[in-house]
Design a protein. Structure first.
Length: 488
């Protein structure tokens, strides 16, 4: 039974906004709004807090989702369970569906003390959930597991050979007990062109002292963040020793790999200047690196575009809203090899508020188009935390949140939206996915927090979005994870 919520949310009506030029666009059918999360399995766990920490029990945030290539009805979503105010959660929960997202059951891998990790007092928290499948249908989920004081940071991977019904004991890819370093924003990608190959990638920050803040590096020459890679070539039986991917002094965050039809790996990330790099300490770009040998060697960074900083705020109070904040997402058309990247950006407005930028590459990631605004939000409305995917028929889909329905009434109504393009991103149609919900009910972690990313995957020509909404006004059960399937 699902835990009680203040509001019972039904699938929202579809709103389709078309211009005269969008003759190729059509509305996708929206399935019911389904609750993915449930009661916390870690409710009795008392570890992980510090004197300055606030725990938000029953608050789920930051989901990701993957579809089994051997069985499109088998879907796995992962998310943080019971979020802490100052980083991470009690543990990561995996939700499994055997019917394409119609219903979900939940379990977990031992990524934290609360979820049964034997490294007692080492991994009191877990964060940054991500999941993928290999060509044989084996699932892999990855965790950033940290000590309660966040001095120890480790990257762990668990494997499932039964579609997410059970998970192996985690394999440790890297454990950093040194406070000079911090591992962050890991992701994991199964290679659709090489059986048994899976890639884990993250950034390993190096800081000037143990008084570090993993997101305060903007504008500082004192930090660097080396992109790191570990891979398996035997379906998770063994993993390679982590190695740095870049040979220059940069700070990357949000590394994520996609694989092109010809087997080329593309790693996308947000790139900041590293120690001593000039000309500008504020310069940041959305960038990629390429590998033609399954990750053994990488190109120099290739810049997609300059990132124009933005910060999402509560439109009524000015309170911070923690969002993707320039972290990129990436997807590839499996037929043509066209690559699409999206991120939050402030370049499309005079006041620099957040919109959704999209750029694409048709030559394997070497050259990129000028970024365009793809969210259909009314003028002046902040849009944030975009996610992109490409369906089997080449439809490009992007999800995001915005505040267009905010009024002078109490709270800040927030909605989830989906735009799709059937002509390679030239024109877009928009559909309402779910909401409104009050973002002021969300847990606070450097701002109202739903996640630095949300989940979007495809099954054939369908899209499956997995995302967080608040249970408006219910501060005992602030958030849940939901799914909606969008079908042609």
């Amino acid at each position: 039974m699902h835990k009680p919520r203040l509001l019972v949310l039904a699938a929202a009506p579809i709103v389709c906004v078309l211009t005269a030029s969008q003759v190729l666009a059509y509305t996708l059918g929206a399935g019911p709004l389904v609750v993915v999360s449930g009661p916390s399995p870690f409710a009795g766990c008392k570890v992980g807090g510090t004197a300055s920490s606030t725990l938000y029990p029953e608050a789920e945030v930051e989901p990701f989702v993957a579809v089994n290539p051997t069985d499109p009805n088998n879907v796995i979503g992962v998310f943080q369970q019971d979020r802490w105010s100052d980083g991470g959660s009690r543990g990561l929960v995996a939700a499994r569906s055997g019917n394409g997202g119609t219903t979900w059951t939940r379990n977990f891998a031992a990524f934290s003390t609360c979820s049964g990790n034997p490294a007692i007092n080492s991994y009191e928290r877990a964060s940054d959930p991500w999941v993928t499948f290999d060509t044989a249908g084996n699932a892999y989920q990855i965790s950033l597991s940290v000590s309660g004081d966040q001095v120890i940071s480790s990257v762990l991977v668990a494997r499932s050979g039964d579609g997410g019904a059970t998970w192996s004991s985690p394999t440790t890819l890297l454990r950093d007990p040194d406070p000079l370093h911090f591992n962050d924003k890991e992701s994991i990608t199964g290679d659709p062109t090489r059986p048994g190959y899976v890639y884990a990638v993250w950034d390993r920050g190096t800081f000037p002292s143990d008084q570090r803040n993993t997101r305060s590096f903007i504008g500082s020459h004192a930090y660097r963040g080396q992109p790191m890679l570990s891979r398996t070539t035997d379906g998770g039986e063994s993993w390679s020793a982590p190695v740095g991917m870049a040979n220059q002094n940069i700070f990357t965050i949000g590394n994520q790999i996609v694989v092109l039809p010809d087997g080329t790996l593309v790693d996308i990330f947000q790139k900041f200047q590293g120690s001593g790099v000039q000309p500008s300490p504020q310069l940041a770009t959305e960038s990629v690196m390429l590998s033609n040998d399954a990750g053994l060697t990488w190109s120099q960074p290739i810049d997609i575009a300059l990132w124009f900083p933005e910060a999402v705020r509560d439109p009524d109070t000015g309170h911070a809203v923690r969002t993707g904040n320039g972290l990129p997402d990436i997807a590839v058309d499996s037929s043509t090899g066209t690559i699409y990247a999206v991120w939050e950006d402030g370049q499309f407005s005079t006041d620099g508020h957040a919109d959704v930028a999209l750029s694409k590459s048709v030559d394997g990631g070497r050259k990129w188009s000028q970024p365009t605004k793809v969210n259909q939000s009314p003028a002046g409305v902040q849009a944030f935390t975009p996610t992109v995917a490409v369906s089997a028929d080449g439809t490009v889909g992007v999800t995001y949140y915005d505040f267009r329905n905010n009024t002078a009434a109490a709270g800040v109504p927030t909605d989830a939206w989906f735009v799709h393009s059937h002509d390679g991103g030239s024109t877009w149609a928009e559909q309402h996915v779910a909401g409104s919900f009050d973002i002021e009910t969300a847990p606070v972690a450097r701002g109202y927090f739903l996640g630095d990313y949300e989940g979007l995957a495809t099954a054939g020509n369908d899209f499956l979005t997995v995302f967080v909404m608040t249970n408006s006004g219910n501060f005992a059960n602030r958030t849940d994870v939901f799914s909606v399937r969008l079908s042609k």
